[in-house]
Design a protein around this ligand. Structure first.
Ligand SMILES: [Zn+2]
Length: 82
């Protein structure tokens, strides 16, 4: 579940809330006034979900396998000492 940051429209108090995507803004925990969602990149998203790491590793793997040829050259098996 992602963490959202909300700011109180009355006092400007900022607080974090863990909730589902698309949930409505909760009232201020201290005064009960309506709050507005604050958008900012949080490190919590990086740590919490492993999606980002998995994605990067998958891409790196594709690039590596492309650079190294998987099959050896056929000329090597052809050279026999007769
Ligand atoms: Zn408040």
């Amino acid at each position: 579940m992602p963490t959202y940051e909300y700011k109180c429209t009355q006092e400007g108090t900022v607080f974090d809330v863990w909730q589902e995507v698309g949930s409505e803004a909760p009232p201020c925990p201290t005064c009960g006034a309506p709050t507005k969602k604050v958008f900012r990149p949080t490190r919590t998203i990086f740590k919490g979900s492993g999606f980002y790491l998995t994605d990067t590793r998958a891409e790196a793997g594709v690039g590596k396998s492309d650079a190294a040829p998987p099959t050896p050259p056929p000329a090597a098996s052809d050279s026999k000492s007769d």
